[in-house]
Design a binder for this molecule. Structure first.
Ligand SMILES: C[S@@+](CC[C@H](N)C(=O)[O-])C[C@H]1O[C@@H](n2cnc3c(N)ncnc32)[C@H](O)[C@@H]1O
Length: 150
C-alpha cells in the first residue's frame, strides 16, 4: 500500500454533488460509495437529501476524523460511515452507486477493480474524468459528468 495519494483533496461544490447524485438516479436506501471521500460532503448529501446509505473511503486521516465529526454533528452515524484506507484495497462490492472525483490516471487504474467487484447494474458516476475503454451509459459534458453501468 502506498501512502502517496492518487488525487489531491479538491472538494466538489454542493450544487455539483446534487447534480451527480441526480445523474446517478440515487434512490432511497441504496448504498453509495464515495472513493476518496474528502470531508464527507457527498456522503452527507446522499444521506440527508436522497435518504441513501453512504460509505466513504479516504486515505487522509485528518479528513476521516473531520468527516466523522460532521457525521456525529448531523446524527448520521446509522447511515453514513467513513473508512480510513486505500480505495484500491477496500472491498466496494456492496455499492449500488459509486462516486469518483479523482484523476485520470487513477480512474484508469481503478476500472478493473470496479468491473470485477461491483454487482451487475451498479452505477459509477465520475466527475471530470472518464474511463476511456468503457462506454458511458450517459454523459453531461456541460457538468463534466459521466455515468457507467456495470
Ligand atoms: C478530488 S478529492 C474529492 C473529495 C470528495 N470525493 C469530493 O468530491 O468532495 C479526492 C480525494 O481522494 C483522496 N484519495 C486520494 N487517493 C486515495 C486513495 N488511494 N485512497 C483513498 N483516498 C484517496 C484524497 O485524499 C482526496 O480527499
Amino acid at each position: 500500500m502506498s501512502i502517496f495519494l492518487d488525487a489531491p483533496w479538491v472538494p466538489t461544490s454542493k450544487k455539483q454533488i446534487r447534480k451527480m447524485l441526480n445523474f446517478a438516479e440515487l434512490k432511497p436506501n441504496e448504498i453509495l460509495y464515495d472513493l476518496g471521500s474528502g470531508d464527507g460532503r457527498i456522503l452527507i448529501i446522499a444521506a440527508t437529501e436522497f435518504n441513501a446509505k453512504a460509505v466513504g473511503i479516504e486515505l487522509n486521516a485528518i479528513l476521516v476524523a473531520y468527516s466523522n465529526f460532521r457525521i456525529f454533528l448531523e446524527r448520521l452515524q446509522d447511515k453514513v460511515h467513513v473508512k480510513w484506507g486505500n480505495i484500491f484495497l477496500r472491498d466496494i462490492s456492496e455499492a449500488d452507486v459509486v462516486t469518483m472525483y479523482l484523476l485520470q490516471q487513477t480512474n484508469n487504474k481503478m476500472m478493473k477493480k470496479l468491473k470485477e467487484e461491483l454487482k451487475p447494474g451498479a452505477r459509477v458516476v465520475s466527475y471530470v474524468f472518464t474511463f476511456p475503454d468503457w462506454e458511458p451509459t450517459k454523459t453531461d459534458k456541460e457538468s463534466k459528468l459521466n455515468l457507467y453501468t456495470v
